[in-house]
Design a binder for this molecule. Structure first.
Ligand code: G3P
Length: 226
């Protein structure tokens, strides 16, 4: 399962890459708006920082298929390889996916997905990833994790070349459920990604081990100088 950072803040991205085995970054207009720089400055800085093989997902803003196609071609050209164009699953968005796919563009991420059928249609239209919004689906009174799982299963049953990139998480448990199900990818904010690792009993165990070592060998000692 790929793990991506749903954030455009370069300090946050650097901090996550420093510790976590990350596979890239996803953005959307709301995430870009949080930054003081204009979108292109932010995106180019992220692309410069990311390893060459890391994915960068960037959303198209246009509302008609023809304009989405133009925007997609521009974004993919300017940000280079391993960039994915995110296209919302509106009628015009699906039409744009079909046009792009027909032209050989494979790096399409269908986004703003709230139902399994939207994901299915997007996959058939040529999307490489489908992004169900897990937490937002929960907030509508449905089960976001279950929707993401059923999309994954549907893709496999129909042998569609599309993977789920689940998005919109509020806690690490939602990610765990999808990881156990073999989902292709998740993208989450740094706050949620950090929760995947944090456990106070682990911290306590390390503190106890360290103190026992210091008691035996002296404060600050390690295996290098005990
Ligand atoms: O990638 C989509 C995601 O950013 C939406 O997340 O937290 O705004 O529901 P959220």
């Amino acid at each position: 399962m790929l793990m991506l950072i749903d954030d455009a803040n370069l300090d946050n991205i650097r901090r996550m890459y420093d510790t976590f085995p990350c596979d890239g970054v996803t953005t959307n207009p709301t995430i870009l708006k949080r930054e003081t720089d204009k979108p292109w400055d932010t995106l180019l800085a992220i692309r410069r920082f990311l390893p060459r093989n890391a994915e960068l997902h960037v959303q198209a803003i246009s509302l008609t298929a023809e304009q989405i196609v133009q925007e997609a071609q521009y974004v993919l050209k300017r940000l280079g390889e391993n960039t994915y164009i995110k296209i919302p699953v509106t009628g015009e968005g699906i039409k744009a996916m079909r046009l792009l796919s027909r032209d050989g563009v494979k790096k399409i991420t269908a986004t703003a997905i709230y139902t399994a059928m939207q994901a299915f249609v997007a996959a058939k239209a040529g999307a490489r990833y489908a992004a169900p919004y897990v937490n937002r689906i929960d907030n509508l009174g449905a089960d976001g994790v279950q929707v993401a799982r059923s999309i994954h299963d549907m893709f496999r049953v129909h042998q569609l070349e599309c993977d789920v990139i689940a998005a919109s998480f509020k806690n690490s448990q939602q990610i765990l459920s999808l990881c156990q199900h073999g989902i292709g990818a998740i993208t989450a904010s740094p706050d949620v990604l950090v929760q995947l690792l944090d456990h106070e009993v682990t911290d306590q165990a390390v503190e106890d081990f360290t103190q026992d070592f210091y008691d035996q060998c002296g404060d600050g000692k390690t295996m290098l100088d005990c």
